[in-house]
Ligand binder design. Structure first.
Ligand code: PLP
Length: 365
């Protein structure tokens, strides 16, 4: 960590590995022997093709993605997928099931309502989104075309630790993994579709990754814009139009870096350690700090917490920023604090935060 860099606890765009940024810096002006920057390259030239192919290959290695799944590098953010998913996976009259465990699951549901018969089969709203339901009690619609979950709710800090078995006839589970993508191993074969905006764990904003079982491609509703039809992108290896080339290059550097670290099991181990220190500090503070989320489903990525004395929150954020720990303010919809501790947040960053928290408590309790 060089002197000028802060510990950035933002929820996204978020901290990237320093090594990746340095590598990008070293070749920002001239990439290898191409004589130009990746930003200047034709997306159809052999140099960029080698970049996107390596990025896809490394992601396939990281997540052990089976060959009957397509990997698509798209634009429009995870938000665009909220519409693309129903447009591609069902007809206007088809029912689909949504589990709403936080704001993002709710947004996905509301968008889906425009394109199919979306139903919420469980909502955590009355518990202020602090829980994940028990899967046995879920009443899934057997005719639903898919079951949608948000694997990690970035704002509320609840994370699925295991996944429900879809009881619909097609057995399709769809997951928004924007904020815990590549933070731990995932059995991709359990899902029909996984999607994620890159800007938390794997790159800059502007790239959205969709991993979709190939047999689900090619049945989009007739009104589907060409750019939202997975077939368009699958048939063209994500090069139908000009893709977000530089973002894809950056994601590729991150994938390479994650593989170098030992893959997602090693990454998960690190993430568990960081989260444990932070949650232990919150829980051990005698109520000075509180995390509202049920313990068994607390996110390894986004840690929301409040101060017993809410009048001290602004002071907490100001003092932390002075010590080069920034972006700790909770989402405007829930208030309080939130520390996002994605893959790239070093252990040292979390250690510095908990030392600060203990010191702040000692001075203000
Ligand atoms: N889903 C989750 C879980 C998110 O955290 C976010 C953004 O923070 C989104 C969806 C929306 O992503 P985007 O801004 O890429 O559209």
């Amino acid at each position: 960590q060089s002197q000028e860099r802060v510990f950035n606890f933002a929820a996204g765009p978020a901290i990237l590995p320093e090594k990746v940024l340095r590598k990008a810096e070293s070749e920002v002006y001239i990439w290898r022997d191409s004589g130009m920057s990746v930003m200047e390259m034709s997306h159809r030239g052999k140099e960029f093709l080698s970049i996107i192919e390596k990025a896809e290959g490394d992601l396939r290695k990281l997540l052990n993605i089976p060959s009957d799944y397509s990997v698509l590098f798209l634009q429009g953010g995870a938000t665009t997928q909220f519409a693309a998913i129903p447009l591609n996976l069902c007809k206007p009259d088809d029912p689909v099931d949504y589990l709403v465990t936080g704001s993002w699951g709710d947004k996905a549901f509301k968008e889906a309502q425009k394109f199919c018969k979306a139903n919420v089969i469980w909502s955590g709203k009355s518990d202020k989104y602090t829980k994940i339901p028990s899967f046995e009690s879920l009443e899934q619609n057997p005719d639903a075309k898919y079951l949608h979950i948000c694997a990690n709710e970035t704002i509320h800090g609840v994370e699925f630790k295991s996944y429900p078995t879809p009881k619909n006839k097609n057995g399709i589970l769809v997951a928004d993994m924007s904020s815990n993508f590549c933070s731990k191993p995932v059995d991709v074969s359990k899902f029909g579709l996984i999607y994620a905006g890159a800007q938390k764990n794997v790159g800059p904003s502007g790239v959205t990754i969709v991993i979709v079982r190939k047999d689900l491609i090619g049945n989009a509703q007739p009104i589907t814009p060409v750019m939202l039809d997975y077939k368009t992108h699958a048939d063209n290896n994500s090069l139908y139009n000009t893709p977000p080339c530089y973002g894809i290059y950056m994601c590729g550097l991150v994938f390479d870096h994650l593989l170098e670290q030992g893959g997602l099991e090693a990454v998960q181990k690190n993430n568990m350690k960081k989260a444990e220190i932070l949650y232990n500090t919150i829980d051990g503070s005698g109520g000075f700090y509180r995390c509202p989320v049920e313990k068994s489903v607390r996110s390894l990525m986004n840690v929301p917490f409040t101060l017993e004395r809410s009048d001290l929150e602004a002071e907490f954020i100001k003092e932390a920023a002075k010590e080069k720990m920034v972006q700790l303010k909770g989402h405007r919809s829930v208030g309080g604090m939130r520390a996002s501790i994605y893959n790239a947040m070093p252990l040292a960053g979390v250690e510095k935060l908990v030392a600060f928290m203990k010191n702040f408590q000692a001075r203000h309790a």
